[in-house]
Design a protein around this ligand. Structure first.
Ligand SMILES: [Zn+2]
Length: 231
């Protein structure tokens, strides 16, 4: 992990913009942050890759590329997807406040999040799909995603239990659960960490890798670890 965090060094100052209402603008029912204000807190310099379309933000250790009207950003060469698109505003561009708080800030200042992180004791493992919901399928080989998710989740659970974690499963057999029911298991267990296991399918054999939907710095770190484990 040391090398991983070596690539990011920045500390947000005390007036992190996502906590200041005067920098937030309402667009529809979403709250957006002006990107210039946001980057200013981290000391990143802005320049255009494509004028009016692709801004880039850099310092010695970090390079972030964004695109107006896109959720996809490049963070030190790695593809990261935000929840909402970058939008153009009258004065520049803006990002959703939740993306600023939950996606970008943990990437840019992980030390802040590590300092406040609680110890992980209870991990809820969620095997995607189940029962009537088979997930994606390999029709030719009659394989369903739900079979692989439960298999992998049980293996991961065994390893984590051995390491002393309190492991809770959303399902242990071929049962259908709604998303709300899965979330409730996590809530009732007092989960410190919730991992939902899925497998994606693609038409091309060249497509491979790990994709994570994550909502905080720890999940981002685990994604980077799983990626480097694959490479
Ligand atoms: Zn799935």
């Amino acid at each position: 992990m040391g090398a991983l965090w070596g690539s990011v060094f920045l500390q947000a100052d005390e007036s992190f913009p996502a906590t200041r209402d005067d920098t937030v603008m309402a667009v529809g029912d979403q709250a957006y942050l002006d990107l210039d204000v946001f980057w200013g807190c981290y000391g990143l310099a802005a320049e255009w890759i494509t004028p009016g379309k692709r801004p880039s933000f850099t310092c010695a250790w970090t390079q972030i590329e964004m695109e107006v009207d896109s959720r996809e950003i490049s963070y030190n060469g790695q593809r990261v997807f935000m929840g909402s698109e970058v939008i153009a505003t009258e004065t520049g561009w803006a990002i959703d406040r939740i993306d600023a708080e939950k996606v970008l800030a943990p990437l840019l200042s992980p030390s802040i999040y590590r300092a406040t992180a609680r110890e992980v004791k209870t991990i809820v493992l969620d095997a995607g799909h189940g029962g009537k919901d088979g997930g994606t399928a390999n029709a030719g080989r009659k394989l369903k995603e739900k079979t692989f998710t439960i298999d992998v989740v049980k293996r991961i659970g065994g390893i984590l239990s051995q390491q002393g974690y309190n492991v809770v499963y959303t399902r242990r057999d071929d049962t259908y659960l709604s998303l709300a029911e899965r979330a409730l298991v996590g809530k009732e267990a007092g989960a410190d960490f919730f991992v939902s296991r899925h497998f994606n399918a693609a038409g091309k054999k060249t497509v491979k890798g790990v994709g994570d939907l994550c909502d905080d710095a720890l999940a981002s770190a685990i994604h980077l670890q799983s990626r480097s484990a694959l490479e």
